[in-house]
Write a protein that binds this ligand. Sequence first.
Ligand code: ATP
Ligand code: MG
Length: 420
Amino acid sequence: MNVKAPRGTNDILPPLSLQWQYVEKVYRDLMAVYNYHEARTPIFEYTELFQRGIGDTTDVVEKEMYTFTDKGGRSVTLRPEGTASIVRAFMENKLYGQSLPVKFYYIGPMFRYERPQAGRFRQFHQLGVEVFGSNDPALDAEVIILGINYLNKLGLKNLQLYINSIGCPECRKEYFRVFRTYLEDYHDVLCKDCQGRLERNPMRILDCKEESCSKAVKEAPRVLDYLCDDCREHFEEVKVYLNNLGLDYIIDPNIVRGLDYYTNTVFEVKYAGLGAQDTVLAGGRYNGLAEELGGKAVPGVGFAMGMERLMLTLEKESAELPGEPDLDLFIVTIGDKAKKAAFKYIYQLRNKGYISEIDYMERSVKSQMKAADRMNAKYTVILVEDELCKGKAILKNMQNGEQMEISLDNLVEEIEEYIK
Ligand code: ATP
Ligand code: MG
């Protein structure tokens, strides 16, 4: 076959898929404890949602969207991230009328047309949260702690939390003026993208990965020094909540989201072992986003983390992840009547929750035993067609080789006695 999976996509197959399920289960379980519930939104939306919700001047919208015209002539886009859709769903379903805050989580595939490389794919997956309806700094802290708590639960320790505040559109006015003046001397050394950002989206220059740009902004004024009283107070409160839990963090003025509707707290969790794409989790507050999308002003805060990068981190840290579970029982059969009987027994055993298997490949007894071994079967039963009339079978403990005679009439119950 010469049809290949599209560039930048991955098949998630066993045993990897079992690890994914585990990581997702730990996520869902922790979300329940923090009282967050799942939001499932469409995988495609009208393009306009992302243009406004992520911002026309971002790399994602300018270069990376999977946009196409559907048969009805509408422009639709495969979602490149989760937040815009969830804000839309919140507004469209008028959830602001419910008791607030509303706390959501999501898990699912995202799509970005990027150059595939380590830690960067065209279809990738994100785990995220979004909280709506409150500007309480305790919620910024909760969302951060939830992210860290989750990563710790997976066994990750060598992580670093970076936080910053980018204030509100009001305090940014003065900051932008000072920042642009500072950058006048550096205009020519900035990369082409950043020269464009200077006018439209200057804060993004702070997190440009080009060396000449990061050098240029090294001594740049920091938005932290220009926060208005409310924004400074908000950031101080977030820090108090984090400090009270003894959470370590670094204040990094270069962490920005760079759009008007992102406000106050922004944060990233990095894992140094990942190389250039080292951000596992990123998030922040976006008090202006709902309004930007044409709704009421509803404050929000959230994070998203990349599943593939998370799995890579778990691998680098040698975190314990489950593989395919061992079989409880393999029924080896000789002859058609034995196969028919075995098929009934495994049905009953599976109904009771025991992981059981029979042969579907017409293997010899020896090969069936080998197959059972490969699947790490804890027990095997051998059913021989000619001996069914005796009403007995042999149950073998594969770990210590012990063999027991069991009766066919009571086979499931007797097996259960041992397996338990
Ligand atoms: P980067 O700096 O790596 O381009 P970003 O700023 O585009 O990241 P966000 O939009 O904040 O990333 O997405 C949150 C997380 O999603 C990232 O920290 C990363 O873990 C993951 N992520 C983003 N883009 C990709 C991708 N193309 N492939 C795999 N994971 C990704
Ligand atoms: Mg990116």
